[in-house]
Design a protein around this ligand. Structure first.
Ligand SMILES: NC(=O)C1=CN([C@@H]2O[C@H](COP(=O)(O)OP(=O)(O)OC[C@H]3O[C@@H](n4cnc5c(N)ncnc54)[C@H](OP(=O)(O)O)[C@@H]3O)[C@@H](O)[C@H]2O)C=CC1
Ligand SMILES: O=C1O[C@H](COP(=O)(O)O)[C@@H](O)[C@H](O)[C@H]1O
Length: 490
């Protein structure tokens, strides 16, 4: 995916500029890109939201956000001031045509008419169509404009289609950049490098040699300040429909002919379309849903989900699914996908378990080779091997491992995923954004499970906060002869 790091001058217009995401991720990401020289001097960031703030008042908030969320080693007082000079603010209800659009026009008109404009919708998706319509009505959508859509793109197939249709009335698909921040993670992109730049893996990447693949995203946090959103979403919508199915499609896709955006996205969508449907009568055996109850983390008591929420709920905070991909390459290989809030530890990883050696030389003592791709934290990979136990009298085996880090060669921190994605939108480089057909194929696959769960046809399991998940998930994976990574002998 070679491309220039340099961007042309741009105006980044953020809808939802007073929100959590802008403060925690978007402003720090743009600052960091300025720090490493990817943001040209003429670039501007124009925040908009309904809150009535002057530019100076907004800059005070932006400065606080940078102080709070930037890593210490990236803070530079002079640079922060240089960054803040780029920041503007317009009080604007993006959904109302009779609001302060003239104020936005006055700011945008300070730039040449052909300046790249990125409209970033960091707001609830129900607002996307109305904001797009207003941008169109007031003539803000130029040929050099793109729009970035934050997740969630809908809550099911129908709402996703409605959002996509709504935005597509005003922007061409080529101008639409749907964010999935997992694709912006360097380590997720490493899946492509590991698979296709290393013939040793490429040659054995199929059902002939692979027994199963596990994809996990576990978090120690609960729902924090986002309970209102999370309780309408749940683990399956929040993490699996988007991030984990994207990781799965990178793990399973056929080799793309090149790394052009649509070639890679074609390869990914083919995987999503080949996912074997899980019909309603199979949801109980092919999925697990669970909620955390009170438990303990780092020696401290932690309340359960319902206690945090303060009311009853059937929303899952844990989800696990078994997926099969009906292509010759993956015939009969289970892909286990799971995600959890309030898990024992934060870890996102891919575990590839290879089939055991057909050789009878070592009998049962030869374990499966296993490739661990650690997406975060402690980003890197490990390869579990069988080696000879040097102290044994005979020829016994023991566990050996090779490992490596995904760290940048110059010792710098791995960039946050939003850094890469925000500037790729400026560059008009969509490879790491999700195409409409990918979103819709992913919804189509998860929808029968969502419906079956919503109808309470699958019991809600429970797990203690601070544990790896419910006992039901252990039994579930054992039905196809596997176990979760934390239960494997390392
Ligand atoms: N926070 C996160 O970690 C993540 C968030 N997301 C998604 O990003 C989006 C934003 O999330 P988050 O920042 O947490 O949400 P917040 O609720 O913190 O912020 C929402 C923002 O939208 C603004 N807003 C609301 N209505 C309008 C309107 N009519 N016109 C213009 N601005 C409006 C709000 O400002 P005001 O009230 O002043 O108008 C505020 O700035 C959501 O869709 C969320 O699901 C996705 C991944 C992670
Ligand atoms: O999109 C989301 O992702 C985060 C987890 O992201 P990560 O980069 O820390 O793995 C999750 O906490 C949040 O609920 C979800 O909306």
């Amino acid at each position: 995916m070679a491309h220039s790091q340099q961007t042309a001058p741009f105006d980044y217009v953020i809808f939802g500029a007073t929100g959590d995401l802008t403060m925690r991720k978007l402003l720090p990401a743009l600052y960091n890109q300025l720090r490493i020289g990817h943001v040209p001097e003429e670039a501007r960031i124009i925040g908009t939201a309904r809150s009535s703030l002057s530019r100076d008042e907004y800059i005070i908030r932006a400065r606080e956000a940078l102080e709070t969320f930037l890593p210490e080693q990236h803070k530079d007082a002079e640079l922060i001031e240089r960054f803040l000079k780029k920041v503007h603010y317009v009080t604007l209800d993006g959904t109302k045509s009779d609001h302060n659009w003239d104020d936005l026009k006055a700011v945008l008109d300070q730039s040449p008419a052909d300046r790249i404009r990125v409209f970033y919708y960091s707001t609830a998706p129900q607002l996307f169509e109305a904001i797009s319509e207003n941008l169109h009505r007031f003539g803000f959508i130029t040929p050099q404009s793109r729009v970035v859509l934050e997740k969630p793109i809908g809550t099911d197939s129908a709402s996703a289609k409605a959002i996509n249709d709504g935005v597509s009335r005003f922007f061409d698909e080529k101008q639409i950049f749907r964010i999935d921040h997992y694709l912006g993670k360097e380590t997720v992109q490493d899946i492509i490098a590991l698979r296709f730049a290393n013939p040793i893996f490429n040659a054995i990447w199929s059902a002939e040699h692979i027994q199963s693949i596990q994809i996990t995203a576990a978090e120690t946090v609960g729902v924090e300040g986002r309970a209102a959103y999370y309780d309408t979403s749940g683990a399956l919508r929040d993490m699996i429909q988007n991030h984990l199915l994207q990781v799965l499609s990178l793990c399973a896709m056929e080799a793309p002919a090149d790394l052009e955006a649509d070639t890679v996205r074609d390869a990914k969508v083919n995987v999503l379309k080949a996912l074997r449907p899980i019909p309603e009568d199979k949801v109980a055996s092919e999925t697990v849903r669970a909620q955390y109850v009170k438990g303990e983390m780092k020696g401290k008591p932690v309340p359960g989900y319902l206690e945090e929420l303060g009311e009853d709920s059937h929303t899952e905070t844990y989800a696990a699914m078994r997926a099969y991909i009906d292509t010759p390459r993956w015939k009969g290989v289970p892909f286990y996908i799971r995600t959890a809030k309030r898990s024992t530890k934060k870890v996102s990883e891919v575990i590839v378990t290879f089939r055991k050696s057909a050789s009878s030389l070592f009998g049962a003592s030869a374990a499966s080779n296993r490739l661990v791709i650690r997406l975060q934290p402690d980003e890197g990979f490990g390869l579990a091997l069988n080696i000879k136990n040097p102290s044994a009298a005979g020829f016994d085996l023991q566990h050996g491992a090779m490992s490596g880090k995904f760290a940048p060669a110059d010792g710098s921190l791995i960039p946050d995923s939003y850094e890469r994605l925000m500037l790729d939108a400026v560059r008009g480089y969509p490879a790491l954004f999700i195409r409409r057909d990918e979103v819709e194929a992913a919804w189509a696959w998860v929808e029968p499970t969502l419906k079956t769960w919503a109808a309470n046809k699958v019991p809600m399991a429970h797990y203690a906060a601070g544990s790896y998940g419910p006992e039901e998930a252990r039994r579930f994976i054992a039905t196809t002869g596997d176990s979760w990574h934390e239960d494997m002998a390392d």
